[in-house]
Design a protein around this ligand. Structure first.
Ligand code: M6R
Length: 607
């Protein structure tokens, strides 16, 4: 959603902050702004729309600044206007604030501040923070103390970065329920809501936790609790490179990330093999007495969870439920100390997923998270963590995060099968999983040469509706294919279990509604074939994802995408890739901003 960048150090703050904001563009935003400390004064610039508007004005500024903060705003309170863009300032123009999250008690605070004579310039919840610090500064001798007093009065979620003319080389920070990271440089330090913002300069970071605040200076970082008690924080080195966070010649991050999947899957396998082979332990994972598994996740991660259910139940016979994290806490789930709750989240910051985890913990469940971002909130709150090694995923539409989540889920279920003494056949499954990076590589290489998926997308990109069908372990792949198409091309698409079609959605089918069918070899192949017949007899155009040798499918389909034949359980990892590419090319042909689809944000940090 919104993005924060802060800097203090020897270099040009305005260049570094604007550059950092550009690296956070993928989070989604509708306005952007920057505040700089220049010769003891605040200079604030804000612009509606894209960062390039802000950048062209900032570049023209003839000034030198070594400390500043910047923000990309995704409107919640107040329209996306210049006045409502961050940073917000106090009455005297001496304090500037950027904020991610929602200040829930802002109306009460605002009324009080208005009574005390403060003048507001925006409709945002954030502006109260600037006035509140100004007010507190009147009653205490030190700015940081005033900042902490203000923070203690806030209710809701916030990541805050604040600068003030009275301490021109410091950035003040605080966090509750919204991510904030400090990047440690050499004679310079950074603050950001996301690591890619400062990745060109450093990958050594300090993760701020909830109820922590701090002062960032060029040569030191002080972290305290909200009462000012000092806290020791250990810096962490994040194994992400700058190249991973750049487009590297690809037109879009999404396309680059699709093509990165062979490497991402291979890294995920090798990163997790030690515990699967018994050479290490999954730290914090206590499995004794586990009677059921509950998976909680949102969006694409939820679809990975649906595949995970097949894995867990088939390989371990442990009953497994999958919940949308946003629903979980409202359904009064049956969960206790014998439940293993597995949360799946690329970012580790999705508010709904974190809330589901907290509820499960409260009820005594054991928490395992599958996550891509080291040090994120989910990884700190779970009892045990399994990482996907996908590298930074910048495009809003999740691709490599998904296939690496499936990889970890399969490895985890093999591990649980071994633990529960049901390991027959698992070695074979594992050795087939090890082949997957090269199979995916092969598919992507052929696609580059033949442009098969791209050509089908060119034929179909003008349609208004599409149906995606799959069965068994590939039913979630139909859901994921439809989600990909919806989110970046704005074409209405529905995913359905192929066998369910005759109970309703079949009414939608005619010659104008292409039907994408995942029809690869496996135990339901024949069944899918009959579903495909049902589509054909309603004049539906079939796009089939199938294997070499599936003659019957090919004969009945207008468009055929051949994928390598792999073990059925592993097939979702391969079968989803053409669907990702199909959605990508359609969105690109339609001329949409693939990496930043409308109304969407990369990590959804509000409920
Ligand atoms: O970071 P998370 O995995 O928790 O995010 C969950 C969803 O918001 C995310 O997967 C979303 O559905 C993606 N935009 C899908 O491409």
């Amino acid at each position: 959603m919104c993005g924060i960048v802060g800097y203090t150090g020897k270099d040009d703050a305005k260049r570094i902050i604007v550059d950092g904001l550009k690296r956070l563009e993928y989070r989604g935003y509708d306005s952007a702004g920057i505040a700089l400390l220049v010769d003891g004064k605040l200079v604030v610039l804000k612009k509606k729309g894209k960062i390039r508007e802000l950048e062209s004005e900032v570049t023209c500024l003839d000034l030198v600044s070594h400390t500043g903060i910047g923000h990309t705003r995704w409107a919640t309170h107040g329209h996306p206007t210049e006045e409502n863009a961050h940073p917000h300032t106090d009455c005297r123009g001496e304090i500037a604030v950027v904020h991610n999250g929602v200040i829930e008690n802002y109306m009460t605070l605002k009324e009080e501040l208005l009574r005390k004579g403060h003048r507001f310039k925006s409709d945002t919840d954030t502006e109260v923070v600037a006035h509140l610090i100004e007010e507190e500064r009147n009653v205490c001798s030190d700015f940081f103390e005033a900042f902490l007093r203000a923070v203690r009065k806030l209710k809701g979620s916030y990541a805050l970065a604040v600068i003030t003319t009275e301490s021109p080389d410091k950035v003040f920070i605080a966090r509750k329920d919204s991510p904030l990271v400090v990047g440690l440089g050499d004679g310079e330090n950074f603050v950001a809501s996301d690591i890619p913002a400062f990745l060109p300069y450093t990958n050594r970071v300090i993760f701020l936790e909830d109820f922590e605040a701090g002062i960032v200076e060029s040569d030191c970082v002080t972290v305290t609790d909200f009462n000012g008690e000092r806290k020791e924080k250990k810096p962490v080195t994040v194994p992400w490179s700058l190249a991973q966070a750049e487009k590297a010649g690809y037109k879009h991050f999404m396309l680059k990330e699709i093509f990165e999947q062979p490497r991402a899957i291979a890294d995920t396998i090798s990163g997790n093999l030690p515990w699967l082979r018994g050479e290490s332990e999954i730290e914090g994972l206590e499995l004794d007495g586990i009677k059921r598994i509950q998976i909680v996740a949102c969006g694409t991660s939820y679809h990975a969870g649906l595949v995970g259910k097949f894995y867990f139940e088939n390989l371990t016979r442990i009953p497994t439920e999958v919940d949308y994290a946003s629903e979980y806490r409202y359904r009064n789930p049956v969960v206790d100390e014998n439940t293993l709750v597995v949360s799946i989240t690329q970012s580790g910051e999705t508010a709904d997923t974190l809330a589901a985890m907290r509820l499960a913990k409260e009820k005594g469940a054991r928490l395992l998270t599958i996550c891509n971002v080291i040090g994120s909130t989910a990884t700190r709150e779970a009892d045990a963590v399994l990482y996907t090694y996908a590298g930074p995923e910048i495009s809003v539409a999740s691709t490599k995060a998904f296939t690496t989540q499936l990889t970890v889920l399969l490895m985890l279920s093999i591990f649980l099968a071994k633990v529960t003494g049901r390991d027959e056949g698992t070695e074979d499954l594992l050795s087939q999983l090890l082949q997957i990076p090269s199979k995916v590589e092969e598919f992507l290489r052929l696609e580059k040469e033949s442009e098969r998926v791209k050509k089908i997308a060119l034929d179909l990109y003008r349609v208004k509706n599409m149906l995606y069908l799959g069965r068994h372990v590939n039913y979630p792949i139909a859901l994921e294919g439809a989600l990909k198409l919806k989110e970046i091309s704005y074409i209405h698409a529905e995913g359905y279990p192929a066998g369910e079609m005759k109970h309703g959605p079949i009414a939608l089918i005619d010659e104008t509604v292409p039907v994408v069918v995942v029809a690869t070899k496996g135990r339901v192949y024949e069944k899918v074939l009959s579903n495909l017949e049902e589509v054909k007899s309603r004049k539906g155009k079939v796009v089939a994802v199938t294997n070499e040798g599936c003659r019957e499918v090919k004969e009945k389909s207008e468009f055929v995408i051949e994928v390598p034949e792999v073990e059925e359980f592993i097939s979702p990892i391969v079968n989803v890739i053409p669907l990702q590419l199909f959605a990508y090319y359609i969105a690109d042909f339609l001329g949409y901003d693939v990496d930043q689809p409308r109304n969407l944000a990369k990590s959804v940090t509000v409920e």
